[in-house]
Ligand binder design. Structure first.
Ligand SMILES: *Cc1c(COP(=O)(O)O)cnc(C)c1O
Length: 410
């Protein structure tokens, strides 16, 4: 039997425990939704205020040079690179994941031009599927091949130009074998493109070691860059000369301020920029990334797995009699920093938990999802969250009418 004291002992021994002070979190809240919107870094409001007052307010347009705004997408990209085993000149921060996926898929198709198939798997994150559908509508002859869950390896062959996969599945938390899939893909001449939205910032991702070609991911989840923060994009250095950004805007031009009529891509990762960077959002993400200083990715991964294991063990201990089914892999080695349980009344349960200060989220059709951001969660939070979950289930609190109406954003 685990006790709350066991959890407090784990917190006392946790080398990452002091990181919580680098965030601003309401005291009465257990925040298990950092995989949807990361918490606010404590230093961010003051620093962002400075950017507005001292840079924009005082120096106005000179700030593009004097405060280095023009290089901010590259500088922020270099900081993100460290979190995923990439070189500083292989990553740029820009746009949204959706737009970056469009750019990368279209570029990979052009670079592998005798092939017409884009491979993905059913139940991938919707925006990934929608972007592929849009590309197939746009480019004659291009076909989206959607493998059945588990049927991916069979669907890989020499017709495939590029495969797009999530490293960690957004709903189940299942983690893919990136190195193994990349090796198979390379043997068949397929480019790999990874959606890292649910990985980077919580797991020990190493794109170089694992042979990744292309990747994109989210700035507002585990990177804590704030709502709608810029996303990032990775192109392996060996591919940078042969791939081109199809959204060939002026910020990706070799010399944007010569105002030449003909497009000429910048060397290196800068060609993946399209329009003017969102400086305020980038500045926020820049500050948020400093929070990672001093923490290794191996530490983050270890703690997020320990939190997940503890949460699952506590649910088994306190909620074992209820109709909850773990839909994430039971072994934490096979999952990302989250777990999900299915329940017929998942939506109402999640709402009742939020009312008690335990913030997780709901994913259709029947999943309650709990994310374990390793930088600001405590082991005792797992105890408190499961304690509330047990109360909601034991007392059938979720039956209350007010937990049934669906909000626009779940
Ligand atoms: C959150 C998330 C995104 C976000 O896409 P945006 O275009 O930045 O809104 C993309 N893919 C996955 C797997 C996600 O979880």
């Amino acid at each position: 039997m685990l006790t709350r004291q066991n959890c407090l002992d784990l917190d006392a021994a946790d080398p990452l425990a002091i990181w919580r002070q680098r965030f601003r979190l309401p005291t009465e809240v257990v925040y298990l939704d950092g995989n949807s919107l990361g918490a606010l870094p404590a230093a961010l409001p003051v620093r962002l205020h400075e950017v507005m007052e001292a840079q924009w307010g005082c120096d106005l347009i000179a700030s593009w040079n004097s405060h280095g705004w023009i290089d901010l997408p590259l500088r922020v990209g270099a900081k993100i690179a460290r979190l995923m085993g990439a070189a500083p000149d292989e990553v740029v921060a820009a746009d949204s994941v959706s737009v970056n996926l469009f750019k990368l898929v279209a570029a990979a198709l052009r670079a592998n031009s005798d092939r017409k198939v884009v491979l993905t798997e059913a139940e991938e994150f919707p925006t990934d599927l929608y972007i592929l559908q849009g590309i197939a509508d746009l480019l004659p002859g291009v076909e989206v091949r959607i493998a059945d869950p588990g049927g991916l390896e069979k669907a890989m062959n020499a017709d495939v130009a590029v495969m797009l996969l999530s490293h960690v599945h957004y709903r189940t938390g299942r983690m893919r074998d990136m190195a193994g899939l990349n090796a198979n893909a390379h043997r068949l001449g397929i480019y790999n493109l990874w959606d890292l939205s649910h990985s980077v910032g919580a797991l020990d991702v190493d794109l170089t070691r694992d042979g990744a070609d292309l990747a994109a991911g989210c700035g507002y989840k585990y990177l804590n860059g704030g709502p709608g923060a810029p996303a990032y994009l990775f192109v392996a250095r060996t591919l940078q000369a042969q791939m081109n950004n199809p959204i060939s805007g002026w910020m990706g031009h070799a010399r944007p301020f010569e105002f030449a009529s003909a497009y000429q891509p910048a060397e290196g990762i800068a060609r993946w920029l399209s329009g003017t960077p969102n400086i305020l959002s980038l500045a926020a993400l820049d500050v948020a990334l400093d929070v990672f200083e001093g923490a290794s990715m191996a530490q983050l991964q270890l703690k997020s797995r320990q939190l997940g294991d503890l949460f699952v063990a506590l649910v088994e201990q306190h909620c074992g009699t209820h109709d909850l089914r773990l839909i994430s892999p039971h072994r934490s080695k096979l999952r990302g920093a989250q777990v999900a349980f299915a329940h017929p009344n998942a939506y109402a349960i999640v709402r009742a938990l939020i009312d008690r200060g335990v913030i997780g989220d709901f994913r259709v059709p029947d999943a309650m999802r709990f994310g374990f951001s390793p930088l600001y969660l405590r082991f005792a939070d797992m105890w408190d969250a499961v304690h509330h979950l047990a109360n909601v289930l034991d007392g059938e609190v979720w039956r209350d009418e007010r937990y049934r109406e669906t909000a626009r954003v779940t």
